[in-house]
Design a protein around this ligand. Structure first.
Ligand code: KG4
Length: 365
């Protein structure tokens, strides 16, 4: 049967007829298992009709001592975690695997070895259950995370809206026209905002990932104490590599004369760095809002957990009469709930995935 799916030239009806529930696509209720394994978190979640039934995340602490994610260690940890994590997600949701209508998995972007674990698991489980698989772009997941409802009356954004997507690998401004149609109108030309946080934190000798450490220190520091370079890039694109260099040179020059400079000034350094990153983000965000005349704004990705970013975006929206969607912190970092909800919208559009789909390391929304 597997070869049936791998061979090309299968017509759509032949392909879907394999799935036990294809005939009942007009069913009232849709239950999706989401699987996320793009980096160093193994996560599984169950969503029924947009409502979150469970969201289990196993984080990998093994990378801390290396100052960054080690791909080979990450994929091995995913292999160990995936079965218990999926099992727990089903149990917490109060369902069995036979209640599932489809399995959504992160196809990319991310670490290839890590993605392979989730992709292969999703394929195997779907073949066993005779239910379709749905590939999800990790970045679409972040954008659509605002549609995960924990209570039936939770607010969700209306289209079109603008998303500021800021993570360790991406900084993008995305114009979202529908659940399955989005356009990048601005993105970083070098480092991502999360990389700026992490690389500058590393220069300060802070552990990986540095973003949360900068956030914590910044709350105790003076954001106006130090000035760092800001980019002059036309249009809506971002750049953070100049800031990183400016931060490095500032610290290097001070350390020459004051060896304890970083330790003595770490809160002010963190606060000033965070302020600069926020100003860079908000500058292009404001341009994008003016260009698109958009009235709804969402943020997503790991950096949207940052207290300063959340406050600045909320204040900006308040001042400009824009409806803001700031995700709960649990939904800012990698999680399978966002993969399941993205999968649900594709399921409703019958956008399934062939079994020869291989993961991809790089792409944008
Ligand atoms: O979205 P994410 O979990 O991973 C991907 O890149 O896909 O984002 C991770 C990034 C890291 O760069 C991390 O330092 C940053 O999000 N981050 C933060 C905070 N929490 C996570 N950056 C600043 N402040 C935070 N509180």
């Amino acid at each position: 049967m597997i070869s049936l799916f791998i061979k090309s030239g299968l017509n759509q009806e032949e392909y879907y007829s394999f799935f036990r529930n294809f005939a009942s696509m007009n069913q009232k209720s849709v239950t999706i298992l989401g699987i996320e394994s793009s980096c160093d978190d193994t996560s599984a979640a169950v969503i029924r009709d947009g409502l979150l039934l469970s969201n289990v995340i196993a984080s990998q602490s093994i990378h801390e001592e290396y100052g960054g994610v080690v791909p080979e260690l990450a994929s091995r940890a995913h292999q160990q975690n995936i079965v218990p994590v999926v099992d727990m997600a089903l149990k917490k949701a109060g369902i069995t695997r036979h209640d599932l209508d489809a399995i959504a998995f992160t196809r990319g972007p991310g670490l290839l070895g890590s993605l392979l674990v989730g992709t292969s698991f999703a394929k195997g489980m779907s073949l066993g259950l005779r239910i379709p698989i749905i590939e999800v772009n990790h970045l679409h997941g972040h954008v659509l995370s605002h549609f995960v409802r924990q209570k039936p009356d939770d607010r969700v954004p209306s289209f079109p809206f603008l998303t500021l997507l800021v993570s360790g690998g991406n900084s993008q401004l995305v114009l979202v026209k529908s659940h399955n149609r989005m356009e990048i109108i601005g993105q970083t030309i070098d480092d991502a905002a999360g990389e700026a946080f992490d690389k500058c934190a590393k220069i300060m000798g802070l552990p990986y990932p540095g973003g949360p450490h900068i956030d914590r220190l910044a709350s105790q520091g003076d954001p106006d104490r130090f000035k760092f370079a800001k980019p002059h890039i036309p249009g809506l694109d971002y750049s953070f590599s100049g800031l990183k260099t400016s931060f490095l040179y500032t610290l290097r020059d001070h350390v020459k004369t004051t060896p304890d400079f970083i330790e003595e000034n770490k809160a002010d350094l963190a606060a000033s760095l965070q302020k600069t990153i926020i100003e860079i983000l908000l500058d292009k965000l404001d341009k994008a809002v003016r260009q698109t005349k958009i009235k709804t704004l969402t943020i997503g990705g790991g950096v949207s957990a940052n207290s300063g970013v959340r406050k600045a975006v909320a204040e900006y929206c308040e001042a400009h009469g824009i409806e803001a969607f700031i995700p709960q912190r649990a939904f800012t970092t990698d999680n399978a709930a966002m993969i399941a909800i993205a999968g649900q919208f594709k399921y409703l559009d019958r956008k399934f995935c062939p079994y020869n789909a291989a993961p991809f390391a790089r792409t944008s929304v």
